[in-house]
Design a protein around this ligand. Structure first.
Ligand code: NIG
Ligand code: FE
Length: 412
C-alpha cells in the first residue's frame, strides 16, 4: 500500500496560491497558513491545511509523519528559469579586467568572453562536465532551488552542443533536482565557423535541431540578440524555423542593445531574458503580450551594470520572473535568493513580487504548471527556512539558508 506523508507543522506555510500571473503584487495577497501541514503521496501534494486537522484526517497506519519540531517557514522550492550551468574553465581573468575598467564587449573582443569558455568547454570530457554540473546542481538544491533551467551554448558546434545537452540529461536523471534543458547553440557565431551569422544559424537548423528533437534532448531554443551576437532580423529567421520544428522559444534580449522584445512578442516566445537596456515602448509591448520577462540581477552584479527595470515592468502589468543567469562570465555567483533580495531592495519590489518571481512566475516562464505553488496536485517541492516569519527570508538578503529541502516530498 502506498503511504501518505504528512509534513509539518510549519509556523507559516506560504502557498503562493491564487497569485495572478501578471502585474504588481501586495504582500497581503500572499496566502499564509499558520500551523500548516502538507500531505504528500507519490511526490505530489494531496492536501494542504492545518497540521493538527490533517493529523486527525490522515494520521493512521498508512501515513508517515515528517515532524517539524522547531520554527519553520516553508515556501515552494525555488525555480531558477535561466542558467548556463554546464561549462568548463574560469573567467576570473575577465573579472579582473572588468575591475580594471574594461567592458564585457571589449573583453570578448580581446580573447576573453564567451569564446574563451567555448575553447575550454569543447576540450572538457563528458565526465568532467558531468562532475562540475553535478556539483553546481547539488549546491543549488541545498540552497532550496529544486528546478533549474540549464542552457547549452559553450561548444557551438554540433557534436559539442549535443555533448552538453547529453550531460544535462544525464545529471537530470541522476539527481533529484529537475534540470530543464535549453539549446543555446545560437549564443555567438564561433570563431572557427567560416561563413556568415546567417549561415551559422542555418547550419544549426539543418544539422543540430533535428538531432536534438530526435534524441529528445531539449524542447527549448534560445538565441542571444545583441552586438557581437545576432541581430533581431537573423533571430527572426532562426526562431521561426525552430518554432516550425516544434520548439518553444526563449530569447536573450536587451542586455546591451534594444530589439529582443519585439522579436519575442512577434513570435510568442515563452520569455525574454535580461532586459537591462529595454525602453518604455518595449515595456508596453511586453505588457500587451504573454511573453514573461525574466530579469537577471546576477548578471548586473557580475558586470557592475544596471538592473532591469523590474518595478516598471510590474507596474505596467507584466509578469516577472527572476533568474540567476549563473555562468562563468557575466554571472559567476550562482545565488538566486541573494540576487532576488538585492534586486528587490534596489527596484522596490514587494516580498510577494520577489517570491513569486522565483516560484510560481518562474515556473510559468518555463511553461511548467505542476510546481511553484503549494496546492493540491502540485509537486511537493519545498524549501523550509528556520524562522517564524516569511519576511525573514528576503530580509536576510540571501544569508539565511533553508534548513530542510524537500523534492517530491522527500527530504534532501
Ligand atoms: O546571459 N550574454 C549572453 N550570455 C550570457 C553570458 C555568457 C558568458 O559571458 O559566458 C548571459 O549573460
Ligand atoms: Fe544568460
Amino acid at each position: 500500500m502506498i503511504k501518505n506523508r504528512l509534513i509539518g507543522p510549519f509556523t507559516q506555510l506560504l502557498t503562493m496560491n491564487n497569485i495572478p500571473l501578471k502585474g504588481s503584487l501586495n504582500d497581503n495577497q500572499l496566502e499564509i497558513i499558520p500551523g500548516g501541514g502538507i500531505v504528500v503521496c507519490e511526490g505530489k501534494i494531496v492536501k494542504v491545511g492545518n497540521f493538527d486537522l490533517l493529523g486527525d484526517e490522515f494520521g493512521d497506519r498508512n501515513t508517515i509523519i515528517d515532524y517539524i519540531d522547531s520554527d519553520m517557514v516553508v515556501i515552494p522550492g525555488m525555480i531558477d528559469p535561466h542558467t548556463h550551468l554546464c561549462w568548463a574553465g574560469s573567467r576570473a581573468n575577465d573579472y579582473a579586467l572588468r575591475l580594471a575598467g574594461k567592458s564585457y564587449l571589449e573583453i570578448a573582443q580581446g580573447g576573453g568572453g564567451i569564446g574563451d569558455t567555448v575553447e575550454k568547454t569543447r576540450v572538457a570530457t563528458f565526465a568532467d562536465l558531468e562532475a562540475s554540473l553535478t556539483g553546481r546542481a547539488k549546491t543549488y538544491l541545498r540552497n532550496g532551488v529544486t528546478t533549474i533551467e540549464v542552457k547549452s551554448g559553450y561548444c557551438l558546434n554540433k557534436e559539442g552542443e549535443l555533448k552538453l545537452l547529453e550531460v544535462i540529461g544525464k545529471v537530470n536523471k541522476k539527481l533529484s533536482v529537475d534540470l530543464i534543458p535549453t539549446c543555446l547553440a545560437a549564443h555567438i557565431k564561433p570563431a572557427d565557423f567560416h561563413g556568415s551569422q546567417a549561415d551559422y544559424l542555418e547550419s544549426i537548423v539543418n544539422e543540430l535541431l533535428p538531432e536534438i528533437r530526435a534524441k529528445k534532448l531539449a524542447n527549448r531554443i534560445d538565441i542571444y540578440i545583441d552586438k557581437g551576437a545576432f541581430t533581431a532580423a537573423e533571430a527572426l529567421v532562426y526562431l521561426n524555423r525552430a518554432k516550425n520544428l516544434g520548439f518553444d522559444l526563449v530569447i536573450h534580449g536587451d542586455q546591451f542593445t534594444e530589439g529582443g522584445v519585439a522579436v519575442a512578442s512577434e513570435l510568442g516566445a515563452l520569455s525574454v531574458d535580461h532586459l537591462e537596456t529595454m525602453n518604455d515602448q518595449e515595456i508596453k509591448l511586453l505588457a500587451a503580450s504573454d511573453v514573461i520577462p525574466i530579469v537577471l540581477p546576477g548578471s548586473s552584479l557580475g558586470l557592475g551594470g544596471r538592473f532591469a527595470p523590474a518595478r516598471k515592468l510590474l507596474d505596467a502589468g507584466c509578469s516577472l520572473a527572476i533568474g540567476s543567469d549563473w555562468n562563468p562570465g557575466s554571472a559567476p555567483m550562482g545565488d538566486l535568493l541573494l540576487q532576488t533580495a538585492l534586486l528587490g531592495i534596489f527596484e522596490k519590489m514587494t516580498m510577494a513580487e520577489s517570491l513569486a518571481g522565483i516560484t510560481f512566475r518562474a515556473a510559468r516562464a518555463l511553461n511548467l504548471t505542476d510546481r511553484g505553488v503549494l496546492s493540491v496536485g502540485m509537486l511537493a517541492d519545498m524549501a523550509g527556512f528556520p524562522v517564524a516569519d516569511y519576511r525573514e527570508i528576503i530580509y536576510h538578503q540571501g544569508s539565511l539558508d533553508p534548513s530542510v529541502v524537500w523534492k517530491r516530498g522527500e527530504r534532501q
